[in-house]
Each structure stands twice: as C-alpha cells, then as structure tokens.
Design a protein around this ligand. Structure first.
Ligand code: ZN
Ligand code: ZN
Length: 297
C-alpha cells in the first residue's frame, strides 16, 4: 500500500481552516456556522476511514491492470509525471462531470455540495461511498496505458490537496493568466452555486482548461447561492452521507417498472419518471420558457 499523500496534508488543512474561521469571526463575515463545520469535519473523517479500507483494494486492482500495460511510464523520467498529471486531471474532469450527470455517482458526490456555506472546512466534506461505487473506474485506463499505480494514487492525492485552498471566499479574483489556466476560488465558487446559470459548470480539478475545452465553463458573474437545489436539511453526517442513496432506492421502488427503476440510477439528478422533480436541463428550459427574453447562459 503506497503512502497516501493526502493524509500528510491533514494538519495543514486543519490549521488553515481554523485560521479562516478566526478571520471570519474577527471580521464578522459569517463564512462559518458551528454545526455545519462539525458536520464537514465528521464527513471528512468518515471519508478517511472509508479510504483506508478501500485504497488498498484499488491499489491492488491498478497493480493487476498495470501487468497488462501497453507502455512503461514508471515515473523514472520527468515527462512521465508531466503526462500523468494531464491524464489524471482529465480523468478527474470526466469523473466529476459524470458525478453531476449520473445519479449513481451523484449519490456519493452530493455530500461535497451539501453545505450552504463556502469555506475551507467544506473542502473536507467528502463522500463515504465514492470508492465502493466505482469512482476509481475513471482512472483504470491509466495503469493500462502504463502509468505506475503509485503515480496514479499520488496524483489523485495531489489533486485533492490542490482543491482544498480554492474553497474560500477570502480570495476574490487572481491575475488573468492564472484564472485562465487554473481552477481558482472564483471558478469553484461557481461550481458550488445553485444559481441556474451556475448549475453543472466548472468540473475541473487543477486545470480549468478542460471546462473551457469541453464547453462547461462559467465565469463568476453574480454572488453564488451555495448548497443544493433541494437541500438535505440536516447536519447529521450519517444522514448527509446516505440520504440521496436511500431517496434513490425509495424512488426506484415506486417507479412502476424495472426500466424506470434502473433509469433512476442512470439519469441526471432531479430526473423523475412522473415529472415530480426536474433535472438541471429541465429547470433551465422551464425558466427560459417563462422568460423568453432572458436566456440563462
Ligand atoms: Zn461537484
Ligand atoms: Zn468543492
């Protein structure tokens, strides 16, 4: 089992979020809410525990795939790492985008979006079920091409470390070249916004160029409202971790047919067989039908 870089960064994460919470308190900014913060911390700890249990299995699977590799990119040359970084970041983009478009993945990822606050502690608010429901599938192609499993797991950790600092309202806009290339606090605030024009935008990990390339980029143009279009309404970490799963199972059981039941897990969040709830696309279409002179994006 390789050392997971992310775990070494935890003391720095805790120090920085305490610093931000103190700044927020001193300046009366209301970035934090006590119950919400404890809930984020508990979800972060649960994520570490589930990671300890599952990362070894994923490493084993990647090692098995690596035996059938096309090339050998074992990290002994600097450019192995450079290409691996791009490959990892691209994998992250599609994993994250799929997490917003397919209920099966959304039911895990929803945890990260469940806070109505936007602060460094919200970065720690992570799923407990992501690894066991197949998030790793998006990276399986990397050991097959020939990237050593240690490189893949190290870069996954590095990406999550990078994404910590962008969960803040204390940094507004950075110089233009940085905002053009990298995922920044401004771009990621958009990602956490439930304003119609912000829904399902900016799925990047480190490089925002993927969103620009694949047509999912949205600039921060108005103050974001944080959370979910339909908030979970609980600070209990167990409820937050499993609510969307139990909701999906309930909806599937009452779907009327096996086909509809299956569709609940494949379709985007908000999809319903009877129109009782709406997807992002349907919400936008509905708004634009009512306001034909005001396109959302
Ligand atoms: Zn997301
Ligand atoms: Zn985030």
């Amino acid at each position: 089992m390789p050392p997971v870089l992310l775990y070494y960064a935890i003391p720095a994460f805790v120090f920085l979020f305490c610093l931000e919470a103190w700044f927020s308190y001193r300046e009366n900014k209301h970035f934090y809410e006590t119950k919400d913060t404890f809930s984020s911390l508990a979800l972060g700890i649960g994520n570490i525990v589930s990671g300890l249990l599952t990362k070894a299995l994923i490493f084993g699977l990647f090692s098995l795939i690596y035996r059938f590799r096309f090339f050998t990119l074992d990290g002994t040359r600097w450019w192995h790492w450079a290409i691996a970084f791009l490959a990892d970041d691209l994998s992250y983009y599609w994993f994250h985008r799929s997490s917003h478009y397919i209920n099966w993945f959304w039911a895990s990822h929803v945890v990260h979006h469940s806070s109505q606050k936007y602060n460094l502690s919200a970065a720690l608010r992570q799923t407990w079920t992501g690894n066991i429901t197949g998030a790793f599938l998006f990276w399986c192609w990397m050991p097959l091409v020939g990237f050593h499993p240690i490189i893949v797991l190290t870069l996954q950790s590095a990406s999550l470390i990078y994404q910590f600092w962008i969960h803040t309202e204390t940094i507004h806009i950075l110089p233009r070249p940085i905002e053009f290339i990298f995922n920044t606090p401004s771009h990621h605030r958009v990602h956490h916004g439930v304003n119609l024009k912000y829904l399902d935008r900016n799925h990047a990990g480190v490089l925002i160029i993927w969103d620009r390339l694949f047509g999912t980029f949205q600039k921060e143009e108005e103050p974001p409202q944080y959370g979910l279009t339909s908030n979970i309404g609980s600070f209990n970490p167990v409820i937050i971790a499993f609510r969307t799963w139990t909701d999906l199972i309930k909806k599937a059981r009452h779907a009327g047919s096996f086909r509809n039941a299956l569709l609940y897990f494949i379709k985007p969040p908000g999809w319903s067989h009877d129109g009782s709830s709406l997807t992002t696309r349907e919400l936008i279409d509905e708004y634009e039908r009512l306001h034909p002179d005001k396109p959302v994006r």
